[in-house]
Design a protein around this ligand. Structure first.
Ligand code: SF4
Ligand code: SF4
Length: 534
């Protein structure tokens, strides 16, 4: 973005309407436009955002026209994703003797150009629709034109994109990074109203209805809740970058969302991300548990205050801090007193129960939170007391992936528990932010995070983002062992690889099935019980 780009942007009525005087000196509007936005041009057919992708930016249409695909969804193959489906029994069996002894062998005839590009030009590596008229014919779409804003809910709320949008004709868009979007919402009343209004209309109602607190409300009552709740975000969207540094320095910073001893003015509902619940303990804090999407904080205290008006100043029992980026909905107390408390029982306080346990019992939880393993939905944990280091798990993984193991039997340990370096298929998969071709994605059927080898251009954005170093970049080769090179640059082609939870294998993860001592498990960290099954 140049100074003259910013000047020409400021001449557009929708940008000129932003009140520059409301921006503080340290964050002037011009600075936000200069540093947190860029102008991007798309050709007809280019996919701008894909349904299911995670994104950290929103887009304002400056020129041209785009289409939102409403129904039916575009086939996964058109979005640059891999075709899913389990291997047949004989196919799964035959891989045991058809694997190559050369590592990372690829049949280049399958790439058809796309995946044979090197990663240096990731900004221009887009998946595009070859036949736009056919797509318009077969799918119901809505048009987006000059001045339309889209993608802001996914960018601020850290939730997947809800629709695929492509350029119908050549289009010029202003891409606004989440930081810029946050500043515009913070300092400009018009943008705040627009973003909040769209959020209330498009996402909030559904989210509230999923909560047991609001699921029984009729349409009118629900609407009055929707109108009054507040949205807040804590921490940095790209928390993984800071976390990687903090992990080395051991100096983590966690913004406080609510503090023990303060009077609660509402219930906090976590919409995305994770937050730590702790109590004061000596000069420090003791972690009791962590909260994720769908959990709430402060309900017990607010209910007790409402039920016992004679007891003054019932304060928060615990402190809530952001672990990374957290998107929170604050439901004000009067709303709960009117629509929820009269119809509910005293909520049980699990945090108080946990607080009465011996401190030693929390050590594992403390460790998992510090290491952010709480992000894991399918973490590979190995009980080192049972493991005899035979490496059968690694060999089974290699046999299932063309002779190439997709994890290392190595990782961080706590007592006898090791979390191996294998993709954990995170609840908050930061690796998926910024992949230029959408090659890394969640499968629709199982939610596993996989990489489409055919559309991966080896840019390493995902590998650099994974906070757990669970993605490896590998040079690909022909059957006879020669590295395959980019036809334009002559440089070796790399592909991103990682554990895919044996998604296409009929029997599930080969590593688990291969372990003769039952030492290896794949666990959701929330339900993980080191002593038993889970
Ligand atoms: S690659 Fe890393 S960030 Fe992505 S899902 Fe796996 S462990 Fe999580
Ligand atoms: S999967 Fe990773 S390496 Fe491949 S294109 Fe996407 S971000 Fe780049």
């Amino acid at each position: 973005m140049t100074e003259s780009d910013v000047e020409s942007l400021l001449r557009r009525p929708d940008i000129a309407a932003i009140e520059a005087d409301n921006f503080p000196k340290h964050t002037p509007l011009k600075g936000v436009l200069l540093n947190d936005t860029r102008i991007v041009r798309f050709r007809a057919g280019d996919i701008v955002v894909r349904e299911g992708d995670y994104g950290n930016s929103a887009f304002l249409v400056l020129e041209g026209s785009l289409r939102v695909v409403l129904a039916p969804e575009l086939p996964q193959s058109l979005l640059g994703r891999q075709q899913t489906g389990k291997k047949g029994f004989f196919e799964a069996l035959s891989q045991l003797w058809t694997n190559s002894t050369v590592p990372e062998v690829r049949d280049i005839s399958r790439y058809q150009g796309q995946g044979l590009r090197g990663g240096s030009d990731s900004a221009n590596a887009r998946v595009f629709l070859q036949d736009v008229p056919a797509v318009l014919d077969r799918h119901r779409t809505a048009k987006l034109e000059d001045g339309a804003l889209f993608g802001e809910l996914a960018a601020l709320g850290r939730v997947p994109r809800t629709a695929t949008i492509f350029a119908e004709q050549e289009a010029t868009l202003l891409e606004i990074r989440w930081q810029g979007l946050r500043e515009l919402r913070k300092y400009d009343e018009g943008w705040r109203r627009m973003i909040d209004q769209r959020y209330r209309e498009n996402a909030l109602k559904t989210h509230l209805q999923e909560s047991i607190m609001f699921s029984r409300l009729d349409e009118n009552a629900l609407q009055s809740v929707v109108d009054k709740v507040l949205f807040e975000t804590y921490g940095a969207f790209d928390w993984n970058v800071a976390f990687q540094k903090q992990r080395q320095s051991g100096n983590a910073k966690e913004p406080v969302i609510a503090r023990q001893g303060e009077y609660p003015d509402g219930v906090l509902m976590i919409r995305a991300g994770f937050a730590r619940v702790s109590v004061k303990h000596g000069n420090g804090e003791r972690t009791l548990t962590y909260l994720g999407a769908g959990d709430h904080f402060g309900l017990g205290e607010l209910y007790a205050a409402w039920k016992n008006p004679d007891i003054p100043d019932i304060a928060l029992y615990t402190t809530l801090t952001a672990l990374g980026y957290v998107d929170v909905i604050r439901v004000p107390a009067p709303i709960l007193e009117e629509h929820v408390f009269p119809f509910m029982e005293q909520p049980t306080s699990t945090t108080m129960d946990i607080a009465s346990k011996p401190v030693a019992d929390d050590a594992m939880m403390e460790w998992a939170v510090e290491e952010r393993f709480i992000n894991a939905t399918r973490s590979m944990v190995i009980d080192l007391e049972r493991c005899v280091r035979c490496d059968d798990c690694v060999r089974a993984c290699a046999s299932t992936h063309g002779g190439n193991p997709r994890f290392r039997r190595h990782g961080r340990t706590f007592d006898n528990i090791m979390v191996a370096n294998a993709c954990m298929h995170c609840a908050d998969p930061v690796c998926m932010i910024g992949c230029p071709t959408g090659a890394i994605h969640r499968t629709v059927e199982t939610g596993i995070v996989v990489i489409n080898d055919l559309t991966c251009i080896g840019c390493a954005t995902c590998a650099n983002s994974c906070p757990y170093n669970n993605i490896a970049m590998v040079a690909i080769r022909t059957k006879d062992g020669h590295t395959i090179a980019d036809p334009n640059t002559g440089k070796p082609i790399f592909k991103a690889t990682k554990c895919d939870f044996c998604d296409s294998n009929p029997g599930g993860p080969a590593c688990v099935r291969a372990c003769p001592y039952g030492a290896l498990r794949r666990v959701h960290f929330r339900e993980f019980n080191p002593a038993g099954a889970g």
